[in-house]
Design a protein around this ligand. Structure first.
Ligand code: MG
Length: 470
């Protein structure tokens, strides 16, 4: 050891705690373990009005209701699109799906024969959290591309278990049965969807009557296995998207019929996951977020859900298509209350990154805001604007209480588009059902929102469309 090195060594020994290298290492590890765990539960096609605490008169959701009482019930929380694939792309990337090529006017979602998917260049919640030292699991429906370059394992998830796309795909029902009949009266085998563990198909067709229960068990196993390290679980339920397959324990139990059975089973699943957190002593340092990917699929009548007092449903840009029943819970992290501020699923990426103590690269446009201060009850939501896309077109924009529609169209499969010469304008705080057009009284508000539209469109760079690749 030369003289300079020896002097440096003696100096460092004098710093309290330096010499005990193992102690410092322990301190670093202990710090790491204090990062909050995150569980994101995403229902499929559950409407704003399908949860007890959001007003359903007969569907019983005691677990979600309790989480909402103890945590936060968000009443103005939105998704990035009103159908599965683009909604999930927005959630995973914190960016409007138009920026990643994950929405289309021709094909609304990816199908089982699609060749495209979420580009590798996109940064997902899982890849960001994995870089921050999290163990990551995706359990359930992915629907962002089932081919290898786009699958969960290629997008930051250490573990995947689930049906990779919608539970009504891979049609295998007889020619004598049409699609709507097959969904309304589903039989095992009508939908030849695979169940995968990572990249391996472990069952086909997946037995959907036990799928909610099995997803739940997988989530519990992951919690137990990873309880000593920070983890992120993205639990994307395959239902209440049709076909509806409640398990034997829930079949016929709900006053709301089969749809209610399925929601009550999903609620049971939420309760099981929270119990697992408590049993492993993780409830004070875990954030649980529950929401849905889009509004109810109204074409399926009583087998579809309800948007409650909101207009429209899945596929459309009226509130019922894109405002979702959202609950956030975490006794150590979430200030209890009802939040009427604006939030979207695109805000979850920056929020989770803040909780994980990591930052996103600044080489791309994000459409999300960090909600951690709002979740902690320390400040209002930083979000003031919501942009409503249908396919690749902006149909409406909300600023504060006001929402202007530039193009209107009923929910999925229920009518064509209408371009409006004068936008329709609604005050959503006063009129959440979008009944009373107040455009004539507020031309200034419309003009302001039209400027926002122009600014937003100027920020969109055309990219390769992923949903039109076959
Ligand atoms: Mg959906």
């Amino acid at each position: 050891m030369n003289k300079l090195r020896l002097q440096t060594f003696i100096f460092l020994m004098m710093i309290p705690g330096f010499f005990v290298g193992s102690k410092n290492l322990y301190a670093a590890t202990s710090q790491e373990s204090k990062k909050s765990n995150i569980i994101l539960i995403f229902a499929d096609d559950m409407g704003y009005g399908d949860v007890g605490i959001f007003g359903h008169p007969t569907i019983k959701t005691p677990n979600l209701d309790k989480l909402a009482f103890e945590g936060q019930k968000w009443t103005n929380f939105y998704v990035a699109a009103s159908v599965c694939t683009p909604s999930r792309a927005g959630l995973m990337t914190g960016r409007l799906p138009v920026r990643s090529g994950m929405c289309s006017d021709q094909k609304r979602v990816l199908y089982d024969n699609s060749k495209g998917g979420l580009p590798e260049s996109e940064i997902t919640i899982a890849s960001a959290l994995k870089d921050a030292g999290y163990s990551t699991a995706c359990i359930g429906k992915w629907h962002l591309g089932h081919l290898q370059p786009f699958d969960p394992n290629s997008h930051g998830f250490d573990y995947y278990y689930g049906i990779p796309y919608s539970n009504d795909m891979d049609h295998a029902f007889p020619d004598s049965v049409n699609y709507f009949e097959a969904c309304a009266n589903p039989k095992p085998g009508y939908f030849n969807v695979p169940l995968k563990r990572n990249r391996e198909i472990i069952e086909q067709p997946a037995d959907q009557t036990t799928i909610t229960r099995r997803y739940t068990q997988e989530a519990i196993n992951f919690i137990k296995e990873k309880k000593d390290e920070p983890f992120f679980i993205y639990m994307a339920q395959s239902m209440p998207h049709v076909p509806l397959f409640p398990s034997k324990d829930f079949e016929g139990k709900s006053l709301r019929g089969t749809y209610g059975d399925v929601i009550e089973e999903i609620d049971w699943s939420v309760g099981q996951i929270v119990s697992a957190l408590k049993e492993n002593g993780l409830e004070d340092n875990t954030l649980v977020v529950f929401t849905s990917d889009n509004g109810p699929w109204l074409l399926f009548n009583e087998n579809g859900g309800s948007a409650g007092l909101l207009k429209g449903g899945k596929g459309g840009t009226y509130e019922g298509g894109m405002r979702e029943p959202t609950v956030m819970w975490g006794p150590g992290l979430v200030k209890s209350g009802v939040v009427t501020d604006l939030g979207t699923t695109m805000d979850l990426l920056p929020t989770f990154c803040n909780l994980a103590g990591t930052q996103l690269p600044n080489d791309r446009v994000y459409d999300g805001y960090d909600l951690t201060q709002t979740i902690a009850g320390k400040s209002e939501s930083p979000r003031d604007v919501v942009i409503y896309y249908r396919g690749q077109k902006v149909f409406a924009i909300r600023k504060g209480a006001y929402k202007a529609h530039f193009i209107t169209q009923p929910a999925y499969g229920m009518g064509g588009p209408k371009e409006l010469e004068i936008p329709e304008l609604y005050n959503l705080n006063v009129d959440p059902s979008e009944k009373y057009n107040i455009a004539e009284q507020h031309p200034d508000v419309i003009a302001e929102i039209q400027i926002l539209l122009k600014e937003h469109l100027a920020s969109v760079v055309p990219v390769e469309n992923q949903l039109e690749k076959y």
